[in-house]
Design a protein around this ligand. Structure first.
Ligand code: PMP
Length: 451
């Protein structure tokens, strides 16, 4: 990019790293101690993927704010990578789960809450039948298993640039025309190239050709790609996708885990996508580990046709903790009281204001960067136009500038999602928080463009 002096950016990055080290002695000490008992010093390796030299250790979070162990407060526009989309532990959720904690956590029996949860799921997502899992990865895994059982087909199809969890079959990408395993895949139990077809998002001709072999059980898709930037569907793409899956006898499995930011009931309800199966993880329980997967009437009837419930088998879809009492309580509160039209109205309004601040700043500095918004999620990239598909998104990515941006924001009290330039806006974000973000973003742009 012409406007930006890369050499100076590298110098700024070094300064930001030093600043982070000085600001966070307690996080650093905890990280050093934890490294003697945890791989990479953290209980789950993604926690090291922030732009900072070591991870911040969190002390507490409430609403739109998070406090670290060194006492710094952050405007949280990451929200646990969508898990706390409706804000950190709203009081009704906190109250309900602490009450449930006193009357049993994991019982291997349904609780009364499931009736309300079932009704709420039907209402929110307009699908009649549901099951509960512990994570979005698991929900996708189980949904794929059922799709294979229903269709008698082995392969699945995903879009280039997707992420649907740590399922090996989905960890694939396109290298030109070739399907290759994702570069980060480790110890895969099978070669995903043999299980999966991959095409670019928004390419209906490629989709039609890939499905024409008649061996694909389901197309697993985010309705808007969110794991390689925000890639919106072009006009007619979803109609084409739905028609194409029907034409070739593949099921349409929509993963709403991130696109739940679009509107109540996710993108599928707002745009009448009519999936055969829908999955939702992360935010479903407001941060309590749970996920759901739902079926259309027709899919349910097909499952009924293949399941023999009379014998002892448990067909290995599910898990001991799935549907546990605590997660059902969390689902109930989240679906009934947090995923409301009123909450989405505030989230979208604030997200629009944040996007406006970014756009004004970009214009004022004569930069040709794009912004994009999906309901409560704002994305931007250091490129004139948003990507049309995963391949374009990859070619546009600018890891060096991303790292500097993320660390700059962290050092000034703002968290955005660590894997993308994406901001998630909870209902508790106030107008003055929007202004705070706009101010810091302007400071960043002024820093990197100053001559
Ligand atoms: N689906 C989508 C669209 C995701 O973005 C992710 C995680 N980022 C997952 C599924 C997997 O979620 P989890 O790791 O919580 O299982």
């Amino acid at each position: 990019m012409q406007d930006i002096d890369r050499e100076r950016c590298r110098e700024f990055l070094n300064l930001e790293r030093e600043r982070f080290q000085l600001r966070n002695p307690k996080s650093r000490a905890l990280f050093t101690t934890a490294s003697s008992s945890f791989l990479n010093g953290v209980p789950m390796n993604w926690m090291t993927k922030w732009a900072s030299p070591f991870p911040l250790f969190a002390r507490s979070a409430s609403g739109a704010w998070l406090t670290d162990v060194d006492g710094h407060r952050y405007l949280d526009l990451c929200l646990g990578d969508t898990a706390a989309f409706f804000g950190h532990v709203p009081s009704n959720l906190a109250q309900a789960i602490s009450q449930q904690a006193q009357s049993g956590l994991a019982l291997m029996m349904p609780t009364e809450d499931i009736v309300a949860v079932g009704a709420a799921l039907k209402r929110q997502f307009e699908l009649p039948y549901w099951q509960v899992a512990l994570s979005a990865t698991d929900a996708n895994r189980f949904a794929i298993r059922l799709a294979r059982a229903i269709t008698g087909r082995q392969k699945i199809l995903v879009f280039n640039g997707c992420y649907h969890g740590s399922l090996v079959e989905t960890l694939v990408e396109l290298d030109g025309d070739r399907i290759v395993p994702n570069a980060d895949i480790l110890g895969a139990e099978c070669d995903p190239v043999s299980t999966t077809r991959v095409v670019e998002f928004n390419d209906l001709a490629a989709l039609d050709e890939a499905l024409s072999f008649g061996d694909v059980a389901c197309v697993l898709a985010e309705p808007v790609l969110t794991n390689c930037g925000v890639v919106l569907p072009e006009d007619g793409f979803h109609e084409g996708l739905r028609a194409c899956t029907r034409k070739h006898g593949a099921l349409l499995l929509i993963d709403e885990t991130h696109s739940i930011c679009a509107a109540p009931g996710g993108y599928s309800r707002a745009h009448e996508l009519k999936p055969d199966i829908l999955t939702l993880g992360k935010s479903a329980g407001g941060g309590v580990a749970t996920a759901v997967f739902g079926f259309s009437q027709q899919t349910k009837e097909k499952i009924d046709g293949i399941l023999d419930t009379s014998g002892p088998g448990i067909y290995a879809v599910g898990g001991t903790l799935a549907g546990n009492a605590l997660s059902m309580t969390a689902l109930k509160v989240c679906l009934d009281e947090l995923m409301t039209d009123a909450a989405y109205a505030v989230m979208s309004e604030r997200a629009e204001a944040i996007e406006g601040g970014i756009t004004d700043c970009i214009r004022a500095h004569g930069l040709s960067w794009y912004t994009v918004r999906l309901g409560a999620c704002v994305g931007y990239g250091f490129h004139p136009c948003p990507p049309r598909n995963g391949g374009e998104a990859l070619r546009q990515s600018d890891a060096e500038l991303d790292t500097l941006l993320h660390l700059f924001l962290i050092n000034r009290g703002i968290l955005i999602t660590p894997f993308q330039n994406q901001l998630l806006v909870s209902p508790q974000v106030r107008p003055e928080d929007v202004e705070h973000h706009t101010r810091v973003f302007n400071e960043f742009v002024e820093t990197i463009t100053a001559s």
